[in-house]
Ligand binder design. Structure first.
Ligand SMILES: [Zn+2]
Length: 287
């Protein structure tokens, strides 16, 4: 654990395997943004949060397991876009998938998975929602981007924006649930906020400069896929040829990451997604 205080009311943990996890402290309780991927980290996180006060809300920026598995071990009400609830109700990872994944990334927690069940959001919204914590409030805004059901959370009192995987400092996430047009629009939407500090979905806490860095990484892979299309390569061939750096699912100093086969699946699905979207909207190759 390496909890950092990044503003008067916000603490962030960026060292967990999986998503960044935040605690927002108001005069009347806490809101958490995204929950740890590994059950061991999720249980430790509950203790950290309890040390700050009573958790009232747990916000999920999207439905992916690395942002939502830890919901099970937190207090409060889980809040998300309605599409996140739908995805978790209908396409949550199977018990077998989770068992195999945890056997690798959190073997000591395997017994904990016996009690685990997916905890879907209890409170959902379509466009906007405010969560009030006494002296501060968090503004949640639907913003399709990394997924069709992503959101941006904003704490105006501290000028902190939480982007989920709409922006990742660590590099590109999987594109498998993204549509390319939303993906770039979402970066623009983040840029329109009045913020000083940006808490990305993965990687170090950043400032505004991360937006252009991230956009450039996206453009690079999109340009490669566009070049493959221009050269007449089929989607499957583009998926064989093109790779982008994965700094999100791989091993870190402290953690064992996803198995190579799974990282490979994410890459292929991401390239296939971009390929298909570029066929529909070739203009996006130069966005
Ligand atoms: Zn993520």
């Amino acid at each position: 654990m390496s909890l950092q205080q990044i503003s008067p009311r916000v603490h962030v943990e960026v060292a967990n395997l999986g998503s960044n996890n935040s605690i927002i402290t108001g005069s009347d309780g806490l809101a958490l943004v995204d929950t740890p991927h590994r059950p061991s980290d999720a249980i430790a996180w509950r203790h950290v949060a309890d040390g700050f006060g009573r958790t009232r809300f747990v916000v999920n920026t999207d439905h992916h397991p690395d942002h939502t598995i830890g919901n099970f071990w937190q207090g409060g009400e889980v809040v998300a876009h309605r599409g996140t609830r739908e995805r978790l109700l209908h396409d949550a990872p199977s018990d077998q998938y989770l068992h195999d994944l945890m056997a690798r990334i959190d073997p000591e927690a395997l017994p904990l998975m016996a009690e685990y069940s997916v905890r879907v959001p209890e409170v959902v919204f379509s466009e906007r929602l405010e969560l009030h914590l006494g002296d501060v409030h968090l503004e949640l805004t639907f913003q399709p981007g990394h997924t069709a059901n992503s959101l941006i959370a904003y704490l105006p009192q501290d000028r902190v924006v939480f982007t989920g995987d709409i922006v990742c400092e660590a590099g590109l996430p999987s594109f498998q649930d993204s549509r390319l047009w939303n993906w770039f629009d979402a970066i623009d939407a983040v840029a329109a906020y009045d913020f000083e500090v940006l808490v990305p979905g993965h990687g170090e806490v950043a400032d505004r400069t991360v937006l252009e860095q991230y956009r450039a990484q996206g453009r690079e892979v999109v340009a490669e896929v566009a070049a493959a299309i221009a050269a007449g390569h089929e989607s499957a061939q583009a998926c064989d040829e093109i790779r982008f750096p994965d700094n999100i699912h791989v091993d870190t100093e402290d953690y064992v990451g996803y198995p190579d086969e799974l990282c490979e699946v994410f890459q292929r699905r991401s390239i296939a997604r971009i390929y298909e979207d570029l066929l529909e909207r070739p203009d996006l190759s130069t966005r």
